[in-house]
Design a protein around this ligand. Sequence first.
Ligand code: SF4
Length: 180
Amino acid sequence: MKEDWGKEAGNIISKWARKHSLWVLAYGTGCGAIEIPPTMTSRYDAERFGITGSATPRQADVLLITGYLAVKTLKRVIRTYEQMQSPKYVMGFGSCTINGGMYWDSYNTIKRLDDYLPVDIFINGCMPRPEAVIDGFIELQKLIDAGTAQGWVKYKENLDTYRANQKKVITNWKMPDYNW
Ligand code: SF4
């Protein structure tokens, strides 16, 4: 009984710490990237929610994809995601990550980010304002608290499906196996 209580308390503390310490790797793929500096600096000050930038994938918790993704950029984004340690989360920022947005009929951009990577939260809009970005992070924190931000688990479990989708558009694959 005592052991269960200790385990439960440890779980609550680790979720609390995790959701208040989100290190973000912002992959500035599209025009939405311009909203990240105001989100992080003094006007909106995302750091008061425990959200801060990360310089490398290996220390990052959140991969923020800030807009449309060209096929050649997708390859780098996949490699970046696979270098991050679990638990890790993906946020799709802007309409382009949801359905292609204004690039829906472009020959060299992908239409739905979640066909290629497990997206935990989408932030809609073209482009979303800092308030919407912060709101997206707060929603992610709620999912972490509820234990339902499980995209990284979904990715491991469905790697074959993700790989098939990825290789359908990336013809010059040549990437190391996913082993993180
Ligand atoms: S959603 Fe709008 S702002 Fe964002 S990348 Fe697409 S076109 Fe640019």
